[in-house]
Ligand binder design. Sequence first.
Ligand SMILES: Nc1ncnc2c1ncn2[C@@H]1O[C@H](COP(=O)(O)OP(=O)(O)OP(=O)(O)O)[C@@H](O)[C@H]1O
Ligand SMILES: [Mg+2]
Length: 264
Amino acid sequence: MEQKKGTAHGIHPSFLNVIKQRERIKGKLSGIKNKIGVYSAKGGVGKTTASINIAYTLKRMGFKVGLLDADIDCPNITLFLNMNQKIDISHFPLRPIEKEGIKIASTAMVVDDEKKPIIWRGPLIAKMLVDFFENMDWGELDYLIIDLPPGTSDAPLTIMQLLDLKGFILITTPQRIAAINSKRSGLMIKRFNISILGIIENMSKSEPSDFSKELAKDLKSELLGKIRFDDSFRNMDIEDQIPVLVKDNLYENVREIMSKIVKN
Ligand SMILES: Nc1ncnc2c1ncn2[C@@H]1O[C@H](COP(=O)(O)OP(=O)(O)OP(=O)(O)O)[C@@H](O)[C@H]1O
Ligand SMILES: [Mg+2]
């Protein structure tokens, strides 16, 4: 068959690069059994809060866990966890920093002052993510939890293209706008043929909202559970030295949600 100029078997060369990079990353991350993204295109719905609680819950359930802050320009995990250690970038491969047995990596650990704005274009954001995957020694992990930024572009796109994921947990809140944006996220995930492991309604009232139920139905997914709105959570970034999970009632709450995912 005649091959078109600049293509291999009709596939665009840049796509071939993505495939090669994906294979390389798959090899580098072969010690990680399950990679799970925590995502919503809507900002502020609690992706970071849920990621941290999911990671600490899985750790407490007995798994080896890593936590990656894929929010490259507004990294918040270190703020929530009150961490100020830096990754030694002169040491190769790079190593995540451990906190209470969880291996954590974030852009905040490689910039001088994480509270200053990080103003990077898309390619640099993708490069940083690739560094986290290709040049970081995560060792053996049962789960790597990846906290995504909002939006449907740079970082989410890079993660969906390059990682061999178990799937995504979608976060929504009881509001209509949150559900609409989570649906956008869900449709993007489906475009990449990646699984939606389920949906968590955060900042919940006593019953899940009809918008969240509708979202689960539309995406043919499951509403895994809810995390209640709790006034004390909003202060965890400022006051507490430890994540909210140590409140035992939330541990049980998230454990119930994660048990459904661990089973599959
Ligand atoms: N269940 C909850 N009850 C009360 N406050 C919450 C709850 N979940 C999250 N918050 C608070 O809401 C704010 C936004 O949460 P968080 O940063 O986790 O959202 P996000 O989706 O990661 O945001 P971004 O899109 O900016 O990354 C934080 O101040 C957090 O402490
Ligand atoms: Mg966040």
